[in-house]
Design a protein around this ligand. Sequence first.
Ligand code: EPZ
Length: 415
Amino acid sequence: MRKIIINGPCEISGELEVQGAKNSILPILAATIISRGECVIKNCPNILDVHTSLEILNYLGCKTKFEDSTIVVDSSQISKNEIPENLMCKMRSSIIFLGALIARTGRAKLTFPGGCELGPRPIDLHISALKQLGILINNIHGNLECKIENKIIGADIVLPFPSVGATENIILASIICEEKTIIENAAREPEIIDLANFLNKIGAKIYGAGSSKIIIEGTNKFNKINKTEHAIIPDRIVAITLMAAAASTGGNLILKNINPDLISSAVPIFEESGCLIKTHENNIKIISPETLYSVKEIRTMPYPGFPTDAQAIIMAMLSKAIGTSVFVETIFESRFRHIEELIKLGAKIKINGNVAIVDGNKYLSGAKLQAHDLRGAAALVIAGLASYGKTIITGADYFLRGYDLAKFPNFLTIN
Ligand code: EPZ
């Protein structure tokens, strides 16, 4: 496995542009197969999960090109409606091709998705919702064989949890239905809004994205060949990562191409730790304090609450803060695997169920670490940048699944 090598400490200062959002480009790439035309997607991050999505699109018969942050997908010819396990297992977002394939071909055959090991990560909410739309789903030895029974029927679907992926799959599968579909308790993440905006450009009629009630008025007007252009929103989790890297290393950093509203739930946490945050239209400036202070409580919640994807990242930052910070992880069952690695650097952290208690230690020292998931890897990178001496992180590909090195501080050596 490739490694990340950091010789710390490295002050993260200056200006950086935030990459396009991984959790926006992935569902939108799946959605391009519905357009039947040419889609030009701008501000795409050069990350491993995007390349996996392009592999899936090529396998299905699309023509794709990725140059200078722009991806062009020609989905006029689709030759398959199944995705092999070796592609499905590489990321969680492969499951979103289920809804897109149903909308385009009426059938889909795929296995369970892969993705970060954050607990069991079931897809029961996807399956129960898609069945309400009239889709037959048989699980035959781990292969999901799906097809529209007669026709997609409109439904009023109430999600027991605002699942991001389930919301996306319902939207994708229902946009071809002649009747109306309503999603209650829908996920409200900005990436849902971005997906809906893209789909409305190719002819869908989706209202209320970003709220907990989304209405999809079906249409079958996707068969005209046309050209669609769309720019991906900035990655709010990468923005928080870069801010935490600056705060952990005593840096002053300006982030460009980021709407400050996207990270509004994280700003109070940076301010409570002693950072000065200045926001202006599409820029954010963070000035870190001489000494970081602890934050009373960080509780992860569905959007617009504090994002679970930033939990490990902020924990790495506060591992250096004076005082005790309490983290409560409410979204995933097992999202603390970065803690055993942070402790190797000298962090003082105790776990009690879904609660982690961090007693800051101003001086962390480099060590050999193992990454276990994407955001956990980002946390180890931040802690490595803030530690004295060499840090070697095994599992670089976890980090590269979501972070575009061209838009990250060049203190990392990958080999
Ligand atoms: C998306 O994952 C993101 N991934 C995750 O980001 C993010 O952490 C998560 O949403 C929550 O915000 C992408 O968008 C590609 P969920 P997803 O369905 O859709 C349970 C990253 O680092 N659940 O909202 O898989 C589930 O187990 C990644 O960028 C069910 O029980 O998240 C979890 O506890 C990590 N049954 C909770 O809901 C289901 O059918 C949230 O899951 C689906 C989910």
